[in-house]
Design a protein around this ligand. Structure first.
Ligand code: B12
Length: 198
């Protein structure tokens, strides 16, 4: 239903599907992960198979972002658990996954700051200096951004030691090449991407 709506370019119908699901008791997390995410993956697969034009893909994506903004209600109470800076490296244009993670963390009591995924390292470092987050979340979809993510983690460690903690996520880290590297005898921690995976 949601997929049909975004593929047909029907914004109102997509909002309605999402609102009705929430009204029927579907959680925000389930809506994000079980409805929107698979729909976007399907859009990507069809686009890759030339079954969708670039414009159709862009419209489906824009509608999903619109729906997310329509239904998401930031919690009113003050966060108690700490601050998470969600971001990515310069050149990473995929940001919906990072928004989802940020929204879900925010509804779990974290104060989330999200300047976008496409951010220069210097801007990220100065944001960390200003706001002293507990975690920095780095989102990467494109494999060619993994090496830059690794450099970013190095820069964070160089300037701030082992706080903030760093978490990484996104499709780039699910790729077989990155997983193989992570399992290598170099013994990299689960939140540390390996170099040269681009
Ligand atoms: C929308 C989209 C775009 C939009 C992005 C708009 C936006 N504002 O985000 C635009 C048009 C900009 C775009 C551009 C490109 N795209 Co694109 N895009 C997509 C598409 C269709 C959906 C992405 C998405 O939102 N997915 C849904 C989210 C919810 O999933 P997610 O990102 O995986 O996030 C989840 C987890 O990974 C995780 N997560 C994510 N981040 C983080 C961070 C942390 C800290 C944690 C803990 C977890 C976490 O949590 C999220 C929720 O579960 C995908 C298809 C796909 N399979 O994803 C292609 C896709 C990713 N794109 C692809 C490509 C090739 C490109 C381009 C190179 C196309 C081009 N020729 O220009 C460019 C590259 C741009 C760049 N430099 O980054 C390919 C990548 C193939 C590959 N592996 O290399 C895909 C897979 C399409 C395909 N099937 O071929 N794209």
């Amino acid at each position: 239903m949601f997929l049909q709506a975004i593929l047909a370019g029907q914004r109102a119908a997509a909002v309605q599907v999402a609102r009705e699901a929430l009204r029927d008791g579907t959680s925000l997390q389930s809506l994000y992960l079980d409805v929107f995410q698979p729909a976007l993956y399907e859009v990507g697969a069809r686009w890759e198979a030339n079954q969708l034009t670039v414009a159709q893909e862009h419209i489906a994506t824009a509608i999903t972002q619109f729906v997310m903004a329509q239904i998401y209600e930031p919690p009113r109470q003050q966060s108690t658990r700490g601050t998470v800076l969600m971001t990515g490296v310069e050149g990473e244009l995929h940001n919906i996954g990072a928004v989802m993670v940020g929204d879900l963390l925010e509804t779990s009591g974290w104060n989330v700051r999200f300047p976008g995924t496409n951010l220069p390292t210097t801007a990220i470092l100065s944001e960390i200096r200003e706001t002293a987050p507990t975690y920095v979340g780095i989102s990467a979809t494109m494999l060619f951004n993994v090496a830059a993510a690794r450099e970013l983690i190095r820069a964070i460690r160089r300037d701030f030691g082992d706080r903030p903690r760093v978490m990484v996520g996104g499709a780039a880290f699910r790729s077989n090449r990155v997983r193989r590297r992570r399992a290598s005898p170099l013994g990299r921690g689960p939140h540390r991407p390996a170099a040269g995976d681009d």
